[in-house]
Design a binder for this molecule. Structure first.
Ligand code: GCB
Length: 616
């Protein structure tokens, strides 16, 4: 617990007063508590240099360098090669190149199916100006990474969708420095996701890489939000002068501010009564406010929206008002015939523009943390977002301490990166996981971390339904979520594929009723059917656009008639690549459940959904 000085606020008038913080800081970590990764927050507003561009690439399909290191093939050593010197069986200068950010699978036809280790290399400038610090920041490398600077190992990371960073201030030499990154996209029994998952495993340095410069003492992180009528900011100052550093918070758009002194650990909480002029963020009014924090010669700046999100019985309330969430799910795969990970803002915007065109106010960012760019766009465009970690299906090693530690770290990395994004309304800890004691204990630990890191979002998970709980009554089948995990969640979510998988046709969906044993809001987090764009035929015929549209109509009608759902995210916006979809005429490696195809062409179900959202 840290006490801060009670000080007067600088901006006159509008200010309602800064108060001493007496609550424990969200960052304060007790042993066994949520992991708190060191992440440089507000990345886009930092002084930073992009390392995106062409990097050299060496593939190591048999992982020889990893398993049998030796001077001939220790790529990270970056040895000079001379034809009359000792034998070295690689040469960076003459190696192929690859674009960063980018998955390797869609950059060269011969890499399309590649899953394994690959080494990337480029020069980086160094060192920073006197008295400054420099950090190397990776937004995402799929899946396991190791990093060497001038041949020295400096970082390791597991998990394909969350950022990591390492300070390189004292490691950089004047002039060019050799930076080598190993990305290994292989998955195994203890990874997340594990061995089986329904999307393409795009490997490589899939998001941007940065060199970020800061003053010696700087604002490393801040968590700024509206809670119980107050704007709270938990701030972490890092550096030699962090303890006792004066810290100043300003919200110039609202003409309020506060200041205080950091505790000996560099942490401080500032708290302001929400000013009367505060306009709350919502899909209809996606208002973002400039937030500036000054400490140690550094200025941290971000654009942050304020809103409240809570539940009341079976309702979800945004800013105190119940709303039905009109959503759609999506993968982070760009539009186009090739597929591939989203790497640019315009690719991310193109997807979210389609989401908006459906009339959505809600988007499920499945099944892993999407890029920071996407989440920031959701803030800007007014979309409530569901963010998720890849604890997916029954393959996950729920009894493995290593996998649990990984899930906790990933969760913390996701939350620490995105908890200033008001668009994020839901943290989802799992998708379609088995109802076993091991998995229950696993997810309960993750959920308690989520709550320790952020109390301003709703915790959820996409759950399997329990078929026919209560039996078949009057010819009606009851599909109920009775999962024990419901006790730990704020919002229960059900994935169900009546009319597609299983024996029923879309015309029989009305024989089903949906529900949950938990007195909590219920979302239908998935339903859907494959259809090939342009394939027309009778609605009874699978794979046709009419069949998919029929299933949408029947499901949406059943959902509306049931009156118990607080929102829905049909599966899904766009057809996406999946190596487990083999139908030669209709799939060919694509999951065809999109309401648009891979290039953005609309199927009939797009209009069915848009009509439903236009009238509901
Ligand atoms: C599911 C999964 C989703 C799949 C989808 C499908 O239940 O959550 O990842 O892609 O079904 O198409 O079968």
């Amino acid at each position: 617990m840290t006490m801060i000085d009670r000080r007067r606020l600088i901006s006159a008038g509008a200010l309602t007063g800064a108060v001493a913080a007496t609550e424990p800081l969200a960052h304060a970590q007790a042993p066994g508590a949520a992991p708190a990764p060191a992440l440089i927050g507000a990345l886009p507003n930092r002084s930073r240099v992009s390392l995106d561009g062409r990097w050299k690439l060496i593939l190591d399909p048999f992982d020889v360098s990893g398993r049998k290191p030796g001077p001939r093939r220790n790529f990270w050593e970056d040895r000079p090669t001379t034809d009359d010197g000792p034998l070295v069986e690689y040469e960076w200068a003459s190696s192929d190149e690859i674009a960063v950010p980018g998955d390797w699978n869609t950059q060269a036809p011969e890499l399309f199916h590649y899953e394994g280790p690959a080494y990337y290399r480029r020069d980086v400038e160094g060192p920073p100006a006197d008295g400054r610090r420099r950090f190397l920041v990776f937004e995402a490398v799929n899946y396991r990474s190791r990093v060497w600077l001038n041949g020295e190992p400096i970082a390791e990371h597991e998990g394909g969708f969350t950022p990591f960073e390492v300070e390189v201030t004292d490691r950089l030499r004047p002039g060019a420095n050799s930076l080598v990154v190993r990305a290994d996209s292989r998955h195994g029994p203890e990874t997340l996701p594990a061995l089986d998952f329904d999307w393409k495993n795009y490997g490589g340095v899939t998001r941007s890489v940065w060199l970020v410069d800061t003053p010696a003492t700087f604002v490393r992180d801040a968590f700024v939000r509206l809670e119980h009528g107050r704007i709270l900011a938990d701030i972490v100052v890092d550096g030699p002068d962090a303890g006792g550093a004066p810290v100043r918070l300003d919200l110039p758009d609202l003409d309020v501010g506060a200041e205080a002194v950091a505790g000996s650990d560099g942490r401080v909480r500032l708290s302001l009564a929400a000013p009367p002029g505060l306009r709350l963020w919502s899909p209809e009014t996606p208002v973002l406010n400039t937030v500036s924090i000054a400490a140690g010669g550094d200025r941290w700046i971000d654009r942050i929206g304020f809103r409240t999100l809570e539940t009341r019985g079976r309702e979800i309330l945004l800013n105190g008002r119940p709303r039905f969430l009109k959503g759609v799910a999506m993968h982070e795969e760009r539009l186009g015939t090739e597929g591939g990970r989203v790497t640019t803002e315009s690719e991310a915007r193109a997807l979210l523009t389609q989401v908006k065109a459906l009339g959505c106010d809600f988007v499920r960012l499945a099944h892993y943390p999407h890029g920071e760019t996407t989440v920031r766009l959701a803030d800007e465009l007014g979309l409530i977002a569901w963010a998720e970690i890849p604890v997916y299906w029954e393959d996950v090693a729920y009894d493995s301490a290593a996998t649990l530690a990984l899930a906790r770290t990933m969760t913390a990395e996701m939350i620490v990166r995105d908890r200033n994004r008001c668009s994020v309304g839901f943290w989802s800890v799992a998708n379609e996981t088995p109802q076993t004691p091991e998995r229950l204990a696993f997810l309960r630990t993750v959920i308690s971390d989520v709550r320790a890191l952020d109390a301003t979002r709703l915790v959820t998970a996409a759950l399997n339904k329990n078929v026919d709980v209560g039996g078949v009554r009057d010819g009606e089948t009851r599909l109920i979520v009775a999962d024990d995990l419901g006790r730990d969640l704020d919002v229960v979510a059900m994935n169900q594929y009546e009319g597609w998988y299983g024996r029923r046709t879309p015309g029989e969906i009305r024989q089903v009723s949906f529900g949950t044993t938990w007195e909590k809001p219920l979302l239908m987090s998935e339903f859907g059917a494959d259809a090939l764009h342009g394939h027309h035929g009778p609605r009874e015929s699978r794979w046709t656009e009419a069949h998919q549209a029929w299933l949408f109509e029947e499901t949406l009608e059943a959902l509306a008639a049931s009156g118990i759902f607080a929102g829905v995210t049909p599966w899904l916006l766009k057809d996406f690549r999946s190596p487990r979809r083999w139908h030669g005429r209709f799939q060919r490696g694509w999951n065809r459940k999109g309401v648009i195809d891979e290039t953005g062409r609309r199927k009939l179900a797009f209009d069915t959904l848009r009509r439903f959202y236009g009238t509901s």
